[in-house]
Design a protein around this ligand. Structure first.
Ligand SMILES: [Mg+2]
Length: 274
C-alpha cells in the first residue's frame, strides 16, 4: 500500500519570510499541494486569533495547530474521524492538550507574591506593543491566547528554576522563549499534536502516512525529529538548529519560503507526484 504524504509546517521564518512575513516565494508550491490533495498543516506558536486573516490570505483549508502544540483546530469540513475529546467551536472541532489559559493565569497569580514577573493578561495592547515592537492591532490579537500564558520574568534565573519545579507539581510546563517565559500544559508540544493529528489522517485514509515536517527554530526540533522527511528551513538570522538522533535532515539552500518550496518540490518529485 502506498503511503499518503502530509506536510506539517512552522510559519514564522519557515513558510513566512523572517523579515516581511511574505509567502510569495511559496505560492506555487502551496497551490500544488492543494491540487494534489496533500494536507498542509500549520504548526505554530501563534494564536487562533492571529491566524484568522493569515489563513484567508493563504487560502488555507486544512487543520492547524496553535500556541506551540497546545491545541488543534480541525475544520468540520476536513472529514476526519471524530473522538470524544474534541470540543465543537463554530466551524471547527478543537482538540486541546493542556488546561485553558484561565487555569494557568489563576495558578500564576497564586505565586505572584513569591516571584517577580508580569503576566501577559495584565498587559494592555499598548504596553505589549511597546514591549515587543508589534503594532497595537497585532498586539491585541496576540493577547487573545487560549491555552498558554507568557510571563515577563523579572526575577533571577535561580528563582525561575524554583518556579519551574512548583509549576511542574501542577502539571504545568515553563518554557523559556526569547522575550517571555511561557506557561502551558505539560503535554503541549508541536510534536505531540502532530502525532495525534497524523493518526487521525491514517484512520481517514486507512493507509500509512509519510510526514514531511519543516521548521527553522528550536521549538520545531521535536516536530522535525519525529517526521519521516525532516527538513530544516535555512534562516537568514541564525544557524540551523541541531536535530538530535537524525542523520538524514535536509537543510534547505534558500531561506524561508523559498527554501520551503525547494524542499517540498523536491519531495513531490522524488515521491512521483509531479
Ligand atoms: Mg519559526
Amino acid at each position: 500500500m502506498t503511503s499518503k504524504l502530509i506536510v506539517f509546517t512552522d510559519l514564522d521564518g519557515t513558510l513566512l519570510d523572517h523579515f516581511d512575513y511574505s509567502f510569495t516565494a511559496a505560492s506555487t508550491t502551496l497551490t500544488s499541494l492543494k491540487t494534489l490533495g496533500i494536507p498542509c498543516i500549520i504548526n505554530t506558536s501563534k494564536t487562533y486569533s492571529e491566524l484568522l486573516s493569515l489563513r484567508q490570505e493563504l487560502r488555507h483549508r486544512d487543520p492547524f495547530i496553535i500556541e506551540n502544540g497546545a491545541a488543534i483546530y480541525i475544520p468540520k469540513s476536513a472529514d476526519l474521524i471524530l473522538s470524544s475529546d474534541m470540543e465543537s467551536k463554530g466551524d471547527y472541532w478543537v482538540k486541546a492538550f493542556g488546561p485553558k489559559r484561565k487555569t494557568l493565569v489563576d495558578l500564576a497569580l497564586a505565586f505572584a507574591e513569591r516571584f517577580d514577573f508580569i503576566s501577559y493578561s495584565d498587559l494592555s495592547p499598548e504596553q505589549l506593543a511597546e514591549f515587543t515592537g508589534l503594532d497595537c492591532a497585532s498586539a491585541s490579537l496576540s493577547l487573545r491566547r487560549e491555552f498558554t500564558e507568557p510571563l515577563i520574568w523579572k526575577d533571577s534565573n535561580l528563582a525561575l528554576e524554583t518556579f519551574k519545579t512548583d509549576m511542574a507539581k501542577h502539571g504545568v510546563k515553563v518554557q523559556k522563549g526569547g522575550r517571555f517565559v511561557h506557561l502551558m500544559g505539560q503535554d503541549c508540544d508541536k510534536a505531540v499534536a502532530m502525532a495525534w493529528l497524523n493518526e487521525k489522517y491514517q484512520e481517514k485514509y486507512d493507509a500509512p502516512t509519510k510526514i514531511i515536517a519543516l521548521g527553522d527554530g528550536e521549538n520545531d526540533v521535536e516536530m522535525i525529529r519525529h517526521a519521516d522527511i525532516p527538513v530544516v528551513v535555512r534562516s537568514p538570522v541564525h544557524i540551523p538548529p541541531e536535530i538530535p538522533k537524525r542523520t538524514d535532515v535536509w537543510i534547505t539552500e534558500s531561506y524561508g519560503p523559498a527554501g520551503w518550496s525547494e524542499a517540498i518540490d523536491k519531495v513531490l518529485s522524488i515521491e512521483g507526484y509531479v
